[in-house]
Design a protein around this ligand. Structure first.
Ligand code: ADP
Length: 593
């Protein structure tokens, strides 16, 4: 079979997505490959398809058992022989896989990097006919990325032990530094490099300053996403539990997920989520690694993540199927301070500096009025362009500016007059003329700046402080004390003016996102319910039955025959054989109206 035939018959797609064909051709030509393609770009197909066209077995190194099992099941759905060998399996199960490999019955073998160190495993692999190796999530080789894994570092052994076998490495994100690390650590031999743009056009990115505990903002957001799958990330386990309970009390289908749950409960939540039986998982970042659910329509962060790498990966879990999805980040300055303290706790000085810098970048990203997609692209070493209408900054367009030089001067003077030894809340208390004990104790009620800022409330002063941080007029010193930076002098002297987006002061920022990104066709719900039922029967994640995209196409076209059904993207012959009839029946019912 030819490439396109396999694409259509086995995977049910009529065309390649951007960069896929180039990657497939590279692998077929026998060269090493390094591919950086955003989440949802379709990396798996880039190696699964050539594997089917080549003799021998493809060995895929993947970091997580859950991820491997998912892939193997997904391939099974398309009748492709795939297997994994992992520590969760019994000896018998493992023996069966070894036998299958020896007989050449398996096309794709998924293993974790540790496996290569297991006794006798490399010699066993050497006895097989391996067409090429795949390194999934290849950024794990680098200390400069995220999720560094020592076992990944040692994957250079592949080129040593299998000098003639090509290696194809894949990742969703890599700064230029991480890219160089991957090539070096994996000893790739003059690889073809494919680097897609970081831009995820189907994600709308919003950041908002969190007001109080953020629940009103969250409910407003969820209002637009009824009956849709989503993840809400919280910082602590307790918050995850409390927020899930709160959402349940509002009749929103949500469950909590975190590392401390009993394994059975974790599995149950995961399963129900995958099958679309619950809409929302409220989770700590323990949730998500290895989640491949393609129809996640939104991701919310209720506090500031530690790095842009983490953030980009977490929001990347939305919209893998390419359909419109939305992300919301709620943050405050306090988050940044809290996370800074966590970094203070441990590790070497040098590593601390790296983490501080990353946290700073994350905070600036949240604050910035520049295009969010552009900021992400630049961070990851891409050339950035403004997205136009897919982030909060661009959607708001030109925002009127308000001059706050006077307030900025008050704030800076208060820091100066109190000796750069106090934190933000104390400074605001001084400005607002508070009678708090600490103010009186230090005699700050006698300062000339005492009470001069009464006209603005605490939130507004917080916004002004944020703006001064953003402009680098102030910074955090020891024990969270605010200190003045060189720019502060220029502002105090009136040489520089300070402006802030007008809508940031006085009320909550609220962006109007165009209602309903996608036209939610009436029929879709009926298809979703049928899919849920079939997924439960087959014990599969819902999206593995058919993706949201496929369901939307079915719902709008209502195919009335097998032939019409097969023309829909995502429906190959094998899938049709399994689920086609059931859906066809529904189409006929709906079409006959
Ligand atoms: P990644 O690993 O890059 O995050 P996946 O391999 O999980 O992405 O693919 C994301 C989604 O895109 C999957 O639902 C997959 O079926 C779909 N997909 C992949 N290639 C194509 C294609 N050529 N046409 C349509 N859909 C595709």
């Amino acid at each position: 079979m030819q490439k396109l035939e396999v694409l259509e018959k086995v995977f049910g797609f009529s065309t390649f997505r951007a960069f896929q064909e180039e990657a497939v051709d590279t692998i077929l030509s026998g060269r090493d490959l390094l591919m950086i393609l955003p989440t949802g770009g379709g990396k798996s197909l880039c190696y699964q398809l050539p594997s089917l066209l080549m003799d021998g077995v493809t060995v895929v190194i993947s970091p997580l058992i859950a991820l491997m099992q998912d892939q193997v099941r997904g391939l099974g759905e398309n009748a492709i022989a795939a297997a994994t060998i992992n520590s969760d399996m019994s000896d018998e199960e493992r023996m069966r896989v070894f036998e299958g490999l020896k007989k050449g019955e398996i096309k794709l073998l998924y293993v974790a990097p540790e496996r290569l160190g297991a006794n006798g495993f490399i010699p066993f692999l050497q006895s097989l006919n391996i067409n090429f190796f795949v390194i999934d999530e290849a950024h794990c080789v680098s200390e400069w990325g995220h999720e560094f894994r020592a076992d990944y570092r040692r994957l250079g052994i592949l080129k040593e032990q299998f000098p003639d076998t090509p290696v194809a490495a894949f990742t969703a994100t890599a700064t230029p530094k991480v890219e160089a690390d991957m090539i070096e650590a994996l000893r790739l031999n003059d690889p073809v490099r494919i680097r897609a743009k970081v831009l995820r056009k189907n994600l709308t990115i919003c950041t908002q300053k969190r007001v109080s505990n953020g629940r009103t903002q969250l409910l407003n957001f969820l209002e637009r996403h009824k009956n849709q799958s989503g993840i809400v990330y919280t910082f602590t386990r307790k918050e995850a539990e409390q927020l899930a309970t709160f959402l349940q009390s509002r009749h929103i289908s949500a469950r909590a997920y975190h590392a401390r749950l009993e394994p059975e409960e974790k599995a149950e939540v995961m399963k129900a989520f995958m099958r679309d039986q619950i809409d929302i998982v409220v989770a700590t970042i323990a949730f998500g690694m290895g989640i491949d659910k393609s129809n996640i329509r939104f991701v919310v962060h209720t506090s500031l993540p530690k790095t842009i790498e983490n953030y980009y990966q977490e929001i990347g879990r939305a919209g893998r199927d390419g359909l419109e999805s939305e992300t919301l980040l709620l943050y405050t300055k306090a988050d940044e301070i809290q996370k800074r303290e966590l970094i203070d706790g441990a590790l070497s000085e040098a590593y601390k500096e790296v983490l501080y810098a990353k946290l700073q970048s994350m905070y600036r990203f949240a604050l910035s009025s520049a295009c969010k997609h552009r900021l992400l692209a630049v961070y990851f070493g891409d050339e950035g362009e403004d997205c136009g209408d897919k982030c909060e900054s661009c959607l708001r367009g030109e925002v009127a500016q308000q001059d706050i030089t006077k307030e900025a001067q008050m704030f800076l003077s208060a820091i100066y007059r109190t000796g750069e030894r106090f934190g933000q809340n104390h400074i605001i208390d001084v400005l607002r003329g508070s009678q708090a004990q600490n103010i009186l104790k230090f005699g700050h009620d006698r300062l000339t700046v005492f009470g001069i800022g009464e006209g603005r409330n605490k939130n507004e002063w917080g916004m002004i402080a944020d703006r001064l941080f953003e402009l680098e007029a102030i910074a955090l010193g020891e024990h969270r004390a605010l200190k003045l930076m060189p720019k502060a002098a220029a502002i105090l002297k009136g040489e520089e003016h300070v402006e802030i987006d007008e809508d940031k002061l006085g009320h909550i920022r609220r962006v109007k996102i165009t209602e309903d990104h996608e036209e939610r066709d009436e029929n879709f719900e009926a298809f979703r319910v049928l899919r849920m039922k079939l997924a439960a029967e087959a014990d599969l994640p819902a999206y593995m039955v058919f993706s949201d995209k496929t369901l939307h196409a079915m719902a709008s076209r209502l195919p009335q025959s097998r032939e019409e059904m097969l023309q829909i993207s995502g429906i190959g012959e094998v899938k049709y054989g399994r689920y086609g009839e059931a859906f066809l029946e529904l189409c006929r019912e709906l079409g006959g109206k």
